[in-house]
Design a protein around this ligand. Structure first.
Ligand code: ZN
Length: 138
């Protein structure tokens, strides 16, 4: 069995952002040489997510509005966590959107359903953060 590991780094200019990282994950898969197996992609921070959905800007806007309605960023003092930080909303948003995705690798390709793309969801950005890509198989 082969095993491949790589960290992808991000530093968004805004506090919240959705970034399509499918090209980077495909590049990892090509570099790994793995034809059959599984690809795990996970955020390495508890205020960011990796998720799969459609690459459609209207949907991304809707998701951002929906998440901020569920866990509003402000006022900061509404959260107990924010006595020493200001990112309680980011922890909550990440909890909803999840930590990781696992994608089947078939014949050297990410075995997606229709329109599936992998996204990095940043909820407390403007600093360097990373995503782990781990691919195992043959
Ligand atoms: Zn925090």
């Amino acid at each position: 069995m082969k095993s491949y590991r790589k960290e992808l780094w991000f530093n968004t200019t805004s506090r919240r952002a959705f970034i399509n990282i499918t090209p980077e994950v495909k590049a990892c898969l090509a570099e790994s040489g793995i034809q059959e197996g599984l690809a795990l992609v996970n955020a390495m921070h508890i205020t960011a997510s990796v998720f799969i959905n459609d690459d459609e800007s209207g949907l991304h806007h809707d998701m951002d509005v929906w998440l901020d309605r569920l866990a509003p960023e402000k006022p900061y003092n509404q959260y107990w966590h924010n006595t020493c930080e200001d990112n309680a909303d980011a922890h909550l948003k990440r909890s909803i959107m999840g930590r990781e995705v696992v994608v089947a690798v078939t014949e050297g390709h990410l075995d997606f359903g229709p329109w599936e793309q992998i996204f990095y969801g940043e909820f407390d950005g403007k600093r360097r953060k990373r995503v782990l890509v781990k691919i195992i198989g043959e």
